[in-house]
Write a protein that binds this ligand. Structure first.
Ligand code: PEP
Ligand code: MN
Length: 350
């Protein structure tokens, strides 16, 4: 249930409503807008409505049930686009966030070189995996903890905040020491214990859509995180499994406007993992931006043919500035601003 307070409701009145919600055995999530405060009461809506006659309480405008299965992340709970501010960079609500970097941290040199290129091209965040979810147990699994130290060094040098994946609760403490954004990968979208644990932190989360999950399931996974108190979540469409084999996954472009209609959280797109092929990434990125995405996450490598993971989909570092310049035109077309990005040199994308 959502309790909308009157404009100008006092802190005391908000506190009183929170106490009533908690006394009814539900959890209260207070969201303070510019003018009105909305309180989400998370529990069984029918029971809550029956047990609490909140309308008529001082400061309460109205109490409305949220009928969607996801509550705190739904647009019913917060109508306006959420703008997340992460390490001084905004994403959502007209602010476009470009996240770029290697699939995997392989060496210090490879990571630092890529980080410099990403920064110069206008990326706002650096991505890079320390822990990698690999289909085969015999392929490179990531450097683990030493990779986190390399990412920290890359941030130190470039100022780019770090996006890196956590695959397991046992990695969380170490990942939290370095990550500005914790990535939860497609294969862990329904690792409910991990979602809840990450929800207890105050580090923003990049939640990728599972390979075979519906948009509703994806938003329910976001709800697991928000329910624990962390509502700084970026959703990421990264392609889904279909019968098509020409691409690694099928980018579900419609997921962007559909998800954005259902939630006010930022929705970004990963064309790299969806396409699996370098040449397809630019057209898919353009499509994503024009479909309304709030950002992109892409893989870049100084020498893709030698990459230990996902080389065929890595953009060439030496052509990345031109790639970004092309995408920036679409961002401009949509009337959005690129967060934290520096001007780029024009050139030919590829
Ligand atoms: C990644 O971003 O490196 C990754 C493994 O992505 P996904 O979880 O979408 O497959
Ligand atoms: Mn990858």
């Amino acid at each position: 249930m959502m309790i909308v307070m009157q404009e100008g409701a006092t802190d005391e009145q908000v506190r009183h409503v929170v106490e009533r919600i908690e006394a009814a055995g539900a959890r209260a999530h207070v969201s303070r807008g510019e003018f009105v405060t909305v309180i989400g009461a998370i529990g069984d809506d029918r029971e809550l409505v029956a047990s609490m006659a909140l309308e008529g309480e001082p400061g309460v405008e109205k109490a409305v049930p949220i009928l969607k299965p996801f509550k705190l992340v739904s647009r019913d709970f917060q109508r306006e686009d959420r703008v997340l501010e992460i390490a001084g960079r905004k994403i959502g609500g007209g602010h476009f966030g470009l996240i770029a970097g290697p699939c995997t941290v392989e060496t210090r040199e490879q990571t630092l070189e890529t980080a410099r290129v990403c920064k110069a091209a206008g990326a706002a965040f650096l991505r890079g995996g320390a822990y990698k979810p690999r289909t085969s147990p015999y392929t490179f699994q990531g450097l683990g903890k030493p990779a986190l130290a390399i990412l920290a060094e890359a941030r130190e040098e470039t100022g780019l905040p770090i996006v890196t994946e956590c695959m397991d609760i046992r990695q969380l403490e170490d990942v939290l020491e370095v990550a500005d954004v914790i990535q939860l990968g497609a294969r862990n979208m329904q690792n409910f214990d991990l979602l809840s644990e990450v929800g207890k932190t105050d580090t923003p989360v990049l939640l990728k859509r599972g390979l075979s999950n519906t948009i509703e399931e994806w938003l329910l996974s976001a709800e697991y995180i928000a329910k624990e108190g962390n509502d700084r979540i970026i959703l990421c469409e990264r392609g889904i499994r279909t019968f098509e084999t020409a691409t690694r996954s099928t980018l579900d472009i419609s997921a962007v406007p559909v998800a954005k209609g259902l939630t006010s959280l930022p929705v970004i797109v990963d064309p790299s993992h969806a396409a699996g092929k370098r040449d397809l990434i630019l057209p898919m990125a353009r499509a994503a931006v024009v479909a309304g995405a709030d950002g992109l996450i892409v893989e870049v490598h100084p020498s893709p043919e030698h990459a230990l993971c996902d080389g065929p989909q890595a953009l060439h570092a030496d052509r990345f500035a031109a790639w970004v310049a092309d995408v920036r035109r679409c961002v401009d077309l949509m009337g959005k601003v690129m967060a934290g990005g520096e001007p780029v040199a024009a050139g030919v994308a590829g």
